[in-house]
Design a protein around this ligand. Structure first.
Ligand code: COA
Length: 197
């Protein structure tokens, strides 16, 4: 049985409350709203190429119900009239026979630098380890200082840049493991708050 995240609320560095939960097939329009708020640079850093729109296949993948091989975790806040999407984090197991998953994070530009990437990454780790993943791998643009800083705090192993891209590998572990004990600050906080059902 795949393990799923119990939704929870937490605070950004601004003191604003955000809700963290798994993305579901009902979230297509929220994802499109969030994508519309990404700058060209954020889209480029996320997709490692110009990416003016999300295809139907990408929307299908991002909103597919999570299972033991993939999940998308989203963060949102209650706006004046509607729910506002703030960011998503995704992992996908690379091969069914092993325990390595590729990850990607996307925070809307106006919410970057407020600790949300750390909150989503800590939550993503908790989800992934509960479903048997023991290593994350990310393909990161060499100029992506924020993502590199985030992964460095997890004890990441950076490969050599190849055409401006770096493969970054990060060991992750369940509560009580040395990998979990090494988490600090908002990453550790999110890891602890993210309870799996
Ligand atoms: C990369 C990204 C996910 C980080 O999320 P975030 O919410 O902005 O990050 P946080 O606020 O949690 O900060 C994470 C770290 O990055 C640093 N950081 C944040 N913004 C930064 C910036 N503009 N320049 C340099 N460092 C930055 C923070 O100081 C923090 O470092 P620390 O842990 O050593 O203190 C987000 O900026 C983003 O979505 N960027 C565009 C898409 C992208 O690059 N996705 C990654 C694809 S693999």
């Amino acid at each position: 049985m795949p393990r799923t995240l119990i939704p929870y609320s937490t605070l950004l560095e601004t003191g604003e409350q955000v809700r963290v939960r798994e993305v579901t097939p009902a979230d297509r329009s929220l994802l499109l709203t969030g994508f519309a708020q990404l700058s060209d640079r954020s889209r480029y850093l996320r997709f490692l190429a110009a990416h003016p729109s999300l295809s139907e296949a990408e929307l299908d993948a991002l909103t597919a119900t999570g299972n033991s091989s993939h999940a998308t975790i989203g963060a949102e806040r209650q706006g004046a009239d509607a729910i506002e999407p703030l960011g998503i984090a995704r992992y996908i197991r690379l091969r069914p026979e092993d325990n390595i998953a590729e990850i990607a994070l996307t925070i809307v530009d106006h919410a970057q630098g407020l600790g949300l990437g750390s909150i989503l990454l800590g939550t993503l780790i908790r989800h992934a380890v509960a479903n048997g993943i023991r290593e994350f791998v990310a393909l990161v643009h060499a100029e992506n200082t924020a993502m590199r800083a985030l992964l460095r705090r997890l004890g990441a192993h950076e490969g050599l840049p190849d055409y401006g891209q770096i493969e970054i590998r990060v060991p992750i572990g369940p509560p009580g493991s040395k990998e979990a004990a090494a988490l600090a600050g908002s990453l550790a906080d999110a890891y602890q708050r993210a309870v799996m059902g």
